[in-house]
Design a protein around this ligand. Structure first.
Ligand SMILES: [Fe+2]
Length: 193
């Protein structure tokens, strides 16, 4: 009887407690060199180093494997983090995935900020692509010194457009899952080019 009751209580608790994510605490990637990465992100994206955590041993195993873990301010409490792990083989990438797929997108205030960022990065010698029009936002693309693809994006969509996209998103996923052919529910995005 008590087992049944415990199960009942567990079900009730599961249904009543919903996880609420506040924002990114941090996302972490590997870097080639921590100092180079800190300097590059400050110089090119004006992102501040806020925390550096370093150990000479892996905390769990105590194996000697020095690392430097750096945290950069990505605005509004978001944190972009990196690890330098000098004792591991050099960084590679997933060669089965095109370079444009895995990327880190950071938001800027508006289209003017995006265009001036593009000009500023280009003046500093960065190879920048864009702005590219995605209908409800525009983006520029470039690579950091670690080979991570970065995107700066400025939202241009209206509240109504974003609501329309949200309403068709589940239908698009369902269709895509069946066909693997791009659904047309949001084709209007491309008519805005
Ligand atoms: Fe993106």
């Amino acid at each position: 009887m008590s087992t049944l009751l415990n199960t009942f209580v567990r079900v009730i608790k599961t249904e009543s407690i919903m996880i609420q994510i506040k924002r990114f605490h941090h996302v972490a990637y590997r870097c080639v060199n921590a100092k180079q990465t800190v300097d590059w992100y400050k110089k090119h994206l004006n992102m501040e180093l806020t925390v550096a955590i370093a150990e000479n041993e892996v905390p769990s195993t105590k194996a000697p494997d020095p690392y430097m873990h750096i945290f950069l301010d990505a605005g509004m409490g978001n944190v972009l983090a990196f690890f330098e792990i000098p004792n591991s083989p050099d960084m590679g990438r997933d060669e089965n995935t095109p370079k444009w797929v895995q990327h880190i997108a950071l938001e800027v205030e508006d289209l003017d900020a995006l265009v001036s960022a593009r000009d500023d990065l280009a003046a500093k010698g960065v190879d920048v692509l864009g702005p590219v029009n995605h209908g409800v936002f525009k983006s520029i693309y470039f690579f950091d010194p670690n080979g991570h693809r970065l995107e700066l994006a400025a939202n241009t969509g209206t509240v109504e457009q974003m609501a329309e996209l949200k309403s068709v998103a589940p239908l698009m996923i369902a269709e895509w899952d069946e066909t693997k052919i791009a659904p047309k529910h949001a084709a209007w995005l491309h008519e805005m080019d």
